[in-house]
Design a protein around this ligand. Structure first.
Ligand SMILES: [Zn+2]
Ligand SMILES: [Zn+2]
Length: 93
């Protein structure tokens, strides 16, 4: 599967780090990990887990779907790819 590309955020700036892009896109989210792939969890408070490879993100989502992310889990877990510089090719990632 190919993850949904996330390239929208709330400000007009160009984010030079993926983490700052995520924080801008999800201002109230807890963010963990590092990397340009991620799993967005929206069951309770929004949580973003970052991964270096899409395979890690897919596996993490699969596990979350099986064991649930927390009490009250609604299986609202999504694998995404963060692309903060999609409109600025050549920017550092
Ligand atoms: Zn922004
Ligand atoms: Zn959940």
């Amino acid at each position: 599967m190919s993850p949904r590309i996330l390239n929208r955020h709330l400000c007009g700036a160009t984010h030079t780090s993926i983490r700052s892009f995520i924080v801008c896109s999800f201002p109230r989210a807890v963010v963990r990990g590092s990397g340009k792939f991620g799993v967005i969890i929206k069951c309770r408070a929004v949580e973003v887990m970052q991964f270096t490879t899409v395979a890690e993100a897919v596996e993490a989502k699969r596990l979350l779907d099986v064991v649930s992310c927390a009490a009250g889990c609604r299986r609202e877990h999504e694998v995404v790819q963060f692309n903060p510089n999609s409109s600025h090719p050549g920017s550092p990632s």
